[in-house]
Design a protein around this ligand. Structure first.
Ligand SMILES: [Cu+2]
Length: 389
């Protein structure tokens, strides 16, 4: 007997009809769906969203097809960071102590399934302060672009997949590989993750406070960078929510890579995950370097069409867009402080500009290259950069 005929055991207690069996079965299944939908709508309508989430857990698959069991799992903490003097700052971190904005860059390989348990350590008080509507539930979430996830890992209020204060929830991401049979393109690329719940149903206040980070999905065989930085171009002419001097907090003597200290040695392959947030268009421009406008930001010698790929040093970025760039630091141009900025002139003039500090092969900045007088007094948090060793 095929599955669709199972409801011949009629749920309303009436004896099975001699005929027509199939229409009755469909009617019974439909009735169950209508009842389920009504229950859910009632719960949502009554503001019982956390309950609705629990109810939905029973209806939707926990993991995407192809991801039977996570290959890897990690813990992620959403915490409140020191205010920058004007507004609340929140960050994601692999530990509460290392939370930052942007949060840690998540790196995956196609075929991999990742389980991330998000712990919401942001206080009720702070989430209440950020809320735009008293009826909106308090919580944080994890919503990701580009990779596969089910409704239970969507990170939205409407799907109930968020984390109330003091609680935890596991999100499952699947970096689905390409499938030549179906034409499914895979998930390799440069993406990002962010909160979708703080303040309102689109997480606008969570994003504005710092709950975002970069995602890189590689295809086996892709070139591996020596360093990866996530660079988020956002509202108020900000780079990683900082403007002007605050975009660069490097120690001039011994610069340590971080969310606001972009540093590399000459010859290193440096990767940028570039993300647009907020409401404005931006352009990403890096002095002295260029890259191939491809999926990986590189071209492989000898590959067909490699010679046809545009080489660029400036790329437009709209809200929600993300792309990747790989450059060889200081290639033919040497060490120095290479500007990285938005090329919309009124944005860069307003402070949307920072530096890629390229040290020499020994890790030193040549004499005279350490003038940070325009970059002092900045504040920020470290930990969002990802160094590959
Ligand atoms: Cu801009």
């Amino acid at each position: 007997m095929s599955a669709w005929r199972l409801p011949e055991t009629v749920p309303d207690g009436q004896p099975p009809a001699a005929e027509p069996a199939a229409p009755r079965a469909v009617t019974g299944a439909r009735r169950m769906l209508v009842v389920a939908a009504t229950v859910l709508l009632t719960l949502v309508g009554a503001g019982g969203l956390a309950v609705a989430g629990g109810a939905m857990d029973a209806f939707f698959p926990e993991k995407p097809d192809g991801c039977a069991k996570p290959d890897r799992s990690l813990q992620l903490y959403a915490v409140e960071l020191p205010s920058d003097g004007t507004q609340v700052r929140l960050g994601y971190g692999l530990t509460p102590q290392t939370a930052s904005y942007p949060g840690p860059t998540m790196e995956m390989t196609e075929g991999e399934c990742l389980a991330i348990t998000l712990h919401n350590q942001v206080s009720v008080e702070t989430l209440t302060k950020l809320r735009t509507d008293p009826a909106h539930p308090l919580g944080v979430s994890l919503h990701v672009h580009g990779v596969k996830y089910t409704q239970l890992s969507d990170g939205t209020v409407q799907s109930g997949s968020f984390v109330p204060p003091g609680q935890s929830r596991t999100y499952t991401w699947y970096a689905k590989p390409a499938d030549k049979k179906t034409g499914s393109p895979g998930t390799a690329g440069y993406w990002w993750y962010h909160d979708h719940v703080v303040g309102g149903p689109h997480g606008t206040q969570g994003l504005g406070a710092g709950l975002f980070g970069g995602v890189v999905v590689r295809r086996p065989g892709d070139p591996k960078p020596d360093r990866t930085y996530t660079v988020v171009f956002g509202d108020r002419q900000s780079i990683n929510l900082r403007r002007g001097a605050a975009t660069d907090t490097c120690d001039p003597v011994n610069p340590q890579p971080g969310p606001s200290c972009l540093v590399a040695r000459k010859g290193e392959r440096v990767e940028f995950v570039v993300v647009g947030t907020g409401n404005d268009m931006h352009t990403f421009h890096l002095h002295g370097h260029n890259w191939a406008d491809t999926r990986t930001g590189t071209v492989s010698n000898g590959q067909p069409f490699a010679d046809q790929v545009p080489i660029i040093d400036n790329k437009t970025l709209g809200p929600g867009d993300s792309f990747g760039v790989q450059v060889i630091a200081g290639d033919s141009v040497g060490p120095g402080h290479w500007m990285l900025h938005c090329h919309m002139q009124f944005h860069s003039d307003a402070g949307m500009s920072t530096m890629l500090h390229v040290l020499d092969e020994n890790g030193q900045m040549p004499p005279g290259g350490h003038d940070h007088s325009a970059m002092t007094g900045a504040t920020g948090t470290d930990g969002g950069a990802h160094q590959h060793n």
